[in-house]
Each structure stands twice: as structure tokens, then as C-alpha cells.
Design a protein around this ligand. Structure first.
Ligand SMILES: Cc1ncc(COP(=O)(O)O)c(C=O)c1O
Length: 372
């Protein structure tokens, strides 16, 4: 069958037909029609975080990591010192790219099954006055932990430190209000909870720091200040824009607004999450995280303890039923992940659980119960 598979992954994810159809036209990058779409997307993005007064938004070509890298390069001075709050794989990636760009980087380690801790951050800032910026991953997609954005932002504000937030997998689903949470940069992308297609990121930059960012980036392509100045002047992207991705995002945002914006999206993802977790529990599966720290974005499950379990075979059996699972990203325990985001509802989650039940049956495994 040529029907699209349901993507239970944190991006790319399942999109609506309406979003896909938006990509069936060609657009000139200099053309006023396309520039109007870019302007509309930027306005809508700012509205989502109530950031019209305090922030600007700068789109950037590429996957999400390109925008994280661009945010660090643009916001952190070359002699700056970045503290990364690390409770998972995406935090480690942020630390690595910071170091590769020649910025001094210190990592504050936390358990990957728990949120980062604002009190530990405060102690670290007190102990080392040279730290200029903090990096926080809002939803650590590695395990699915919801990190305390407000508490971390408050500590950074009290200590006069810049905050860079990777909100890649949380933006548009978890609430973020720029009027209440102070950050210098917040990064997200087209192909996540806005349910567009992958290909562009965007970074919210605090207006108050904008002028100071000129010339900081050691990379031309990653310079968000330069991209911003050019876009403000011309209405155009500096270099070839991902035209189809931008128009698909505009269409996805229209549907996001029609659905009821961030609260409605969070409510749907929460229902997806509950349907998934309850269904998987019936099969014996156990989530890795305590529900109190879990974001309803992506769920990490312990692998079944049965010796016949093998992720590749499990993946193939679920895939044969039309559902794409996601491998685990933890180092200590064997897990797999299931995304709750995308243009899907609880019906699809029920069907996904059924596909998992059939996959177990194929493998001769009686229960998803882990070994621990
Ligand atoms: C928290 C977080 N940061 C960064 C990224 C990187 O995005 P990409 O793979 O699009 O570069 C992801 C992707 O899922 C993510 O979840």
C-alpha cells in the first residue's frame, strides 16, 4: 500500500494533507508574494510566545541543530563562557557545538531521568562569575524530560546571565510566554510541534541584546544578526530560502491557529500521551520516566525483558503495520521511544498500541514487561 506511514517520531512527523498540498507550487525568492509569506510566518511565530514587544524572530535554513549553533554563535561573545545544563543527548550536542565554535563551555551534569535543577544552577553561577550564558533544553527529547524553564530563566535574570533555550521539541505545545520568561535566544524549528515539514529553524532574539550581537558570529551562514538585518531591510532571506518549507509552515500555522493555538495543541498531545501510556501499560510496557517529569511530547519505554526482543525486528514488525517507532537514546538502559506529536490523535495512538501488540506477537513475546 502507498499510504503514508504514521511517524511516531519527534520530527519529521506526520503532517496534514493541507500542509503537504501547500508545497505543490514554485515560489521566487525575490518575489513579493513569497516575501509576504515569510513576513506572515514571522509575525505568527512572535504571537505564539507573546514576544511582539520584547523579541524579534529570525528564520534560518537547515535542520534544528543549525539554528542552535547559530544562536550560540550570534549571542555569545567569542570570549564568553557558556554553562550547559546537561540531562541528555541534546544537551551534550549543544555543549559540543559550543566548544567547536571556540566558546568556553562548562557542563553541569544532571541525571537523565530528572529535570535540571535551578538551585544547582544558582550555586554554579555563584561559584564561577566568568559564566556569561546558560543553555537549557526545554524538553530533553533524549528521554522526554520537561525541564523547568521559568525557574532557570528566573535564576539567570537574577544573576544577569544570558539564557539560550533550545525549545525545539516543546515550542507551540508547552506554554512559553516571553512576557514572563526572560531569555536572550529561544530556538525551534518548522518540523516539530507546529507540524510543518523539516528544513528551517527560527530563533527568537531579545531586542535588548540585538545590537550587541553584530559581528559575534565566526560563521557567515550562521550569523543571525546579519540574517535579521538583511531581512528587515529587504524582506528577503540572505541566501536561497527553503521556499516550499516556508509555505508549508505558513499553512501549518494557519491550522495551528484554527485548532486553538498552543493550549489546544498541548491538550491533543496530552490525550495522545495518555492513550499511548495506558495502552502500552496493558501490554506490560513501562515508561522510563516518572510521569511527574514527563513532557507529553515523546515517551521513552523500557525494552521488554524477554530474550527474544530485538529493536530492529520490533521496528520492522510495527512498520509493517504502518507505524514508525523511534530508537532509544539513553546510554545506560535499553529503551525505545514513541512520539506523541504530529497531525495525529488518540485514534492513531490506539492503532499504534495495537501495532505494537501485533509486533510482540510476531516475536513470540508475551509481555512488554521490562527485565528490571
Ligand atoms: C531538543 C532538540 N534539540 C535539537 C534537535 C535537533 O534538531 P535537528 O535534528 O533537526 O537538527 C532536536 C531534534 O529532535 C531536539 O529535539
Amino acid at each position: 500500500m502507498d499510504r503514508d506511514k504514521i511517524l511516531l517520531t519527534p520530527g519529521p512527523l506526520t503532517t496534514t494533507l493541507r500542509t503537504k498540498l501547500a508545497m505543490l507550487r514554485d515560489w521566487g525568492s525575490w518575489d513579493a508574494d513569497f516575501n509576504a509569506v515569510t513576513a506572515r510566518v514571522r509575525q505568527s511565530l512572535l504571537k505564539i510566545i507573546h514576544g511582539e514587544d520584547s523579541h524579534v524572530v529570525v528564520p534560518l535554513q537547515g535542520s534544528g541543530t543549525f539554528s542552535v549553533e547559530a544562536a550560540v554563535a550570534t549571542v555569545v561573545p567569542r570570549d564568553g563562557h557558556v554553562l550547559v545544563l546537561d540531562n541528555g543527548a541534546y544537551c551534550k550536542r549543544a555543549a559540543r557545538l559550543t566548544t567547536l565554535m571556540g566558546r568556553r563551555c562548562t557542563v553541569l551534569d544532571f541525571d537523565e531521568a530528572a529535570p535540571v535543577d535551578a538551585a544547582a544552577l544558582e550555586a554554579a553561577l555563584k561559584a564561577d562569575a566568568s559564566i556569561s550564558h546558560v543553555v537549557l533544553i526545554h524538553c530533553e527529547t533524549g528521554a522526554g524530560v520537561h525541564n523547568p524553564l521559568q525557574a532557570v530563566a528566573d535564576v539567570c535574570e537574577q544573576h544577569g546571565k544570558g539564557l539560550i533555550v533550545d525549545a525545539m521539541s516543546s515550542f507551540a505545545a508547552l506554554p512559553i510566554d516571553a512576557r514572563a520568561v526572560r531569555f536572550d535566544a529561544l530556538v525551534a524549528a518548522s518540523g516539530k510541534c507546529l507540524e510543518g515539514v523539516p528544513g528551517m529553524g527560527f530563533v527568537f532574539l531579545r531586542k535588548a541584546i540585538l545590537d550587541g550581537c553584530a559581528g559575534r558570529s565566526q560563521s557567515l551562514a550562521m550569523d543571525l544578526h546579519d540574517q535579521y538585518v538583511y531581512m528587515e531591510k529587504t524582506g528577503q532571506w540572505r541566501f536561497t530560502p527553503p521556499t516550499h518549507v516556508v509555505v508549508a509552515l505558513a499553512e501549518a500555522i494557519a491550522q495551528f491557529e484554527e485548532e486553538g493555538g498552543q493550549p489546544a495543541r498541548l491538550a491533543r498531545y496530552t490525550r495522545n500521551y495518555q492513550t499511548l501510556v495506558h495502552g502500552m501499560a496493558r501490554l506490560g510496557f513501562m515508561p522510563f520516566l516518572d510521569p511527574s517529569v514527563q513532557a507529553p511530547i515523546i515517551v521513552t519505554f523500557h525494552a521488554p525483558g524477554d530474550a527474544r526482543y530485538d529493536f530492529k525486528a520490533f521496528y520492522a514488525a510495527a512498520r509493517a503495520r504502518g507505524f514508525l517507532l523511534y530508537p532509544g537514546k539513553l546510554t545506560q538502559v535499553e529503551t525505545f521511544r514513541v512520539g506523541c506529536i504530529g497531525a495525529i490523535g488518540s485514534d492513531e495512538m490506539e492503532q499504534a498500541v495495537h501495532a505494537v501488540a501485533l509486533a510482540l506477537e510476531d516475536m513470540g513475546i508475551a509481555s512488554g514487561e521490562p527485565a528490571i
